[in-house]
Design a protein around this ligand. Structure first.
Ligand code: AMP
Length: 279
């Protein structure tokens, strides 16, 4: 991979990179198409990174439809699919053992960082390794994983890395559910119930926009909880209203943009979603 990248760079070609864990959907494809418009060579990595999964999480059962993924990549004109084994990425005895790692503090003390200890260390370490291998000019991430994109930007800035990060909008199903590889886990009944996330965001947006005065975040969160808890197989991990740059809680929603983000279990499946809201 490194030799190939070297040769492409020597020709003066720019590299656009889309890191993924596979089980590709329209969300992933939107990043690849954008990369195709903005750079000469599009590299997609497909790597289910063991280091970012907790011991009780779904690493083993994460979907890996390799042939279908390759077909989808080809359909949007991806030039190179890089799909290393975990042994290649983590050559030590254990899948996830690594002597050097990258981590970001503060921004990971909340939301998914709080619920999934070690998750962002795993993400940042593998993204760092992938960046060193692929040497992208531009790397594309989805707003779906808002905190991830923010934490990666922080790492890029703190470590003076030579890559531009672009964050693309969330691609949703017709009924508003954010596309995710994990949606495949949902039973038909759960899939129906999962629309409560989007409905909760619509309710929040409505409340914020219809109010002529600043709105208390507690009120918004309470209304969202009401919608989500009315669904029988839901369990809320977190719902937060935060500053989009610092992820610090915002108590009162005024005219500044806020991020509302949540993680909710529908049955055993943990779903995340977020909205950037301006009044
Ligand atoms: P994943 O394979 O889930 O690790 O996701 C790979 C990249 O695709 C990440 O940057 C995600 O944020 C992005 N992504 C995942 N789902 C969506 C979506 N529904 N819309 C836009 N981007 C997405």
């Amino acid at each position: 991979m490194k030799a190939k990248i070297d040769a492409l760079k020597r020709k003066g070609l720019t590299i656009g990179f889309v890191p993924t864990m596979g089980a590709l959907h329209e969300g992933h494809l939107s990043l690849m198409r954008r990369a195709g418009r903005e750079t000469d060579i599009v590299v997609v990595s497909i790597f289910v990174n063991p280091m970012q999964f907790g011991p009780k999480e779904d690493y083993k059962r994460y979907p890996r439809p390799v042939q279908q993924d390759l077909r989808l990549c080809r359909s949007v004109g991806v030039d190179i699919v890089f799909s290393p084994s975990s042994k290649e990425i983590y050559p030590q005895a254990s899948d996830t053992l690594t002597n050097a790692f990258v981590d970001v503090h503060k921004l990971t003390e909340t939301m998914c960082g709080k619920s999934r200890p070690g998750h962002f260390r795993g993400v940042l370490t593998v993204v760092n390794k992938l960046f060193n291998i692929v040497e992208p000019d531009i790397a594309y991430f989805g707003q779906k994983d808002y905190q991830q994109a923010l934490v990666i930007k922080q790492m890029i800035s703190d470590l003076n890395m030579n890559v531009q990060i672009k964050v693309m909008p969330i691609i949703r199903e017709r009924d508003g559910l954010a596309m995710s590889s994990r949606n495949k886990y949902l039973t038909p009944a759960e899939r129906q119930e999962a629309t409560c996330l989007y409905r909760a965001f619509l309710k929040a947006t409505g409340l914020i926009r219809s109010n002529r005065h600043p709105v208390n975040s507690v009120k918004i969160i309470r209304a969202m909880k009401g919608i989500i808890n009315s669904v029988s197989h839901s369990r809320i991990d977190y719902i937060v209203v935060v500053d989009p740059q610092t992820l610090k809680p915002v108590k009162t929603i005024t005219y500044r943009q806020v991020l509302i983000a949540l993680a909710v279990y529908i049955g055993k499946t943990r779903l995340i979603d977020n909205f950037l809201i301006c009044r």
